[in-house]
Design a protein around this ligand. Structure first.
Ligand code: FES
Length: 536
């Protein structure tokens, strides 16, 4: 049997394989993760490996399309496309970092106090703990609460393990739709991750997991569909995008045994508003008290970016494809906002010097979403990028390398294109909401930017390249993870649940793909310039 020898993070491992499998399949079979953002069809370009020695078949059509010629010339290949027949020695360029849970940063939940006055009298009478979960496409955040005292004991955040099988939600829906086994396996991945984080939080707080009596969970529609085993194929059909959907945990018992919580614990999945508007958005509206002030706009940036505008009577809601731009997973040197990510770029005015700041302060490994926004704004200021998103100098045909990072961290044209498409869709969404509410940008009283992406955002840079409306920057609030904050409120207080019911009644959902003005607004907002909002 031929052997695949792998160098990964300095150590070498040999795996025997039968010809016919791709390098990605061989590696995964041996428990070695390679970064991936598609189903293995050569589209994302993330599963990079370098051939050290051995014979390989010529690059496939997909590899020639996805990889620049200089990478192919350096024997860099896509693991999912490479089907070896003989002994081969490779080095993995993009490894998957082992899921690592981190404590929630103190400013992660600025909207909720860590103490809460519990209003559920029944719970005050007994020792009881609760778990709030925000199930995101890229990250899972959760917090453990003492329900009797209304006190947050711990909060953790970590990667959604499903990301390895598709950064893009549609890829995961397709995998789940292929067979019931696939669907069950995808559903189990985040549940196991939650169980691991819960056990860790319980042991750190000396709380027996069996005393966790209540679980509340929010998420985007696709995540909830995958988790509850609902028929996720329906979400791919446009006629279901604006219809109400209801998801329930049919197998609460299975959750109880995986999470090892109280046998009679209630597990409540907060249902989405509609096919493309998840309960994470609703939780965000609850957490920010958006409906307290007319002219309040909420934007939750993510792979599916959701927006809500309160005009005093109606909650106008829509969503737009953010793709991987704001979580940076599909970018050549992108990474989530975690230690090692460049989150801020800048430099003295009028100079070519480009400074950057790294989360955690260590060595730079890539850039996260807020770093991407800053970098694009800085390159526009320096004339390195045109308003159409092209590099102005042929020197940067292979991208703009950020000195003095080693190995070079670079932003390539494809990254800029991805960002432009995402911000154009969001710009069109904001314009459409304002038009439906008959409001102008000047009438906006608050802009709540939610999600991990927003936490480190430099508001003026985001406004200069058209990601946020051009309002006085002090109207913009960087709110952190409002989905988890809202979920905590729903876990602890029946009033939160009543608020949710009334929000559902006041919501008007707009399907952007059917909005007549969408195409022209999208094209206009592709430019890297301040957001254009038409009063229609
Ligand atoms: S290109 Fe190989 S997994 Fe996406």
């Amino acid at each position: 049997m031929p052997k695949l020898t792998v160098t990964v993070s300095g150590s070498v491992q040999a795996i025997q394989f039968s010809p016919g499998s791709s390098v990605r399949e061989i590696l995964e079979g041996a428990g070695i993760g390679v970064r991936a953002g598609c189903r293995g069809n050569g589209a994302c370009g993330l599963c990079l490996v370098e051939i050290e020695t051995g014979e390989t078949p010529p690059p496939t059509k997909n590899e020639r399309f996805t990889l620049p010629p200089e990478q192919l010339a350096r024997n860099v290949r896509l693991a999912c496309q490479l089907l070896p027949a003989n002994d081969l020695h490779i080095r993995i360029i993009n490894t998957v970092s082992k899921p690592a849970w981190r404590d929630l940063a103190p400013d992660y939940l600025p909207c909720t106090p860590s103490h809460f006055v519990p209003t559920d009298g029944k719970l005050q009478a007994e020792t009881a703990y609760g778990l709030a979960i925000d199930l995101g496409t890229t990250q899972i955040s959760l917090s453990l609460w003492d329900l009797k005292r209304g006190h947050r004991l711990h909060g953790r955040v970590g990667p959604n393990p499903q990301s390895t099988y598709g950064t893009d939600i549609v890829a995961r829906l397709i995998i789940a739709g292929d067979s019931p086994e696939n669907a069950r396996w995808l559903a189990r991945l985040p549940l196991d991750a939650v169980a691991e984080a819960l056990q860790e939080m319980c042991s750190r707080s000396s709380v027996p997991p069996q005393q966790v009596v209540k679980v509340a969970l929010v998420g985007n529609t696709a995540m909830l569909a995958l988790l509850t085993g609902a028929d996720s194929r329906q979400l791919l059909q446009p006629q279901n995008w604006t219809r109400p959907v209801e998801y329930r945990v049919e197998q609460a018992q299975a959750w109880v045994s995986v999470l090892r919580i109280h046998p009679q614990a209630t597990v409540e999945v907060i249902s989405p508003l509609a096919g493309f508007v998840g309960s994470d958005l609703l939780a965000g509206v609850v957490a920010t008290r958006l409906a307290d002030q007319p002219g309040s706009l909420l934007i939750d940036f993510g792979t599916n970016s959701e927006m809500a505008l309160w005009d005093g009577r109606t909650l106008w809601v829509t969503s737009a494809a953010g793709g991987p731009a704001f979580e940076s997973c599909g970018m050549q040197c992108g990474m989530p906002a975690e230690p090692g990510a460049i989150y801020r770029f800048g430099g003295p005015p009028g100079s070519d010097e480009l400074n950057f700041q790294v989360l955690g302060g260590g060595e730079a490994k890539g850039f996260c979403g807020s770093g991407l926004v800053d970098l694009i704004a800085c390159l526009r200021d320096r004339g390195e990028l045109t308003s159409t998103g092209s590099f102005s100098s042929p020197r940067h045909k292979d991208g703009y390398a950020i000195p003095p990072t080693d190995p070079a961290i670079r932003i390539v044209k494809k990254d800029v294109d991805t960002f432009q498409r995402a911000k154009a869709a969001i710009g069109a969404g904001i314009s459409t909401l304002l038009a439906r509410a008959r409001l102008s940008t000047k009438e906006l009283s608050r802009i709540c930017v939610c999600g991990v992406f927003g936490q480190n955002l430099e508001v003026r840079n985001a406004q200069r390249i058209g990601l946020l409306p051009d309002t006085p920057p002090e109207l913009v609030e960087l709110c952190g993870n409002t989905a988890l904050a809202g979920c905590e409120r729903l876990l602890l207080s029946p009033e939160g649940t009543a608020e949710l019911v009334s929000l559902r009644e006041q919501a008007a959902i707009i399907n952007l793909s059917q909005a007549f003005e969408f195409d022209s607004l999208f094209l206009e907002n592709l430019y890297l310039q301040p957001l254009r909002v038409e009063k229609l």
